[in-house]
Design a protein around this ligand. Structure first.
Ligand code: SF4
Length: 206
């Protein structure tokens, strides 16, 4: 019998291929490659410094700069001074860039439909397992730091008696459940690793 991990790796490989094909397809109509589409989607949510963008996307500064220059050349992005640091620059989406970003699907329609077809508890379990896996990869420095609840100053895991919504986000002052755990949150405020480890212990103990 093949090992369980082999089957999981195979499954992730199939899904990664589907997502990558979807990215090429979605971007091709707008003349964007997947990297340009991802940058545009991120800066449409909020302006970012090039170093932060490169870290989130796990690409070199040179490669990031090429992609940003392409977006600037297409009138979809601009480099602007950062008001918080006179020496720094921000990559900002133009109005055309924001309009285009709003039309780019997060995932191929078929994949979205397959996720929607899962029972809600299964979807929540899948998200929690993915978060756990990403945390392990992050600790192993195999992927960049993710702006997820498990490493956020505002996250209070398992503080409410409500089994459906046991967690609390102090940023929005609201209770929420596993299905709403975030993997990429714009309001994320990273804590030092010792605090993240304590948060993680509380999250996984239950
Ligand atoms: S601010 Fe975002 S990442 Fe932090 S706890 Fe709230 S939802 Fe999670």
């Amino acid at each position: 019998m093949p090992k369980t991990t082999d089957q999981i790796v195979f499954g992730f490989g199939r899904i990664a291929a589907l997502l990558r094909a979807g990215q090429w397809q979605a971007g091709s109509g707008a003349d964007l490659n997947p990297a340009q589409a991802e940058i545009l989607t991120r800066i449409a949510r909020r302006p970012m410094r090039p170093g932060e963008l490169a870290a989130h996307m796990a690409v070199s500064p040179a490669s990031l700069s090429d992609s940003v220059s392409s977006l600037v050349g297409k009138g979809l992005a601009e480099r602007q001074p950062d008001a918080e640091d006179g020496r720094a620059r921000l990559v900002v989406a133009t109005e055309d860039g924001k309009t285009l970003a709003a039309t780019l699907p997060a995932a191929p329609a078929g994949f979205q439909a397959a996720l929607d077809a899962l029972p809600e508890p299964d979807r929540a379990r899948l998200l929690r397992t993915l978060i756990h896996l990403i945390r392990e990869l992050q600790l192993a420095r195999a992927i960049p730091v993710q702006r997820m609840c498990g490493t956020c100053r505002h996250f209070r895991p398992h503080t409410h008696d409500d089994a459906a919504r046991p967690h609390h986000c102090a940023f929005v002052n609201a209770a929420f459940g596993d299905a709403d755990l975030r993997l990429d949150c714009d309001d994320h405020d990273e804590v030092p690793e010792e605090e993240a480890a304590a948060i993680w212990r509380r999250l996984t103990a239950a």
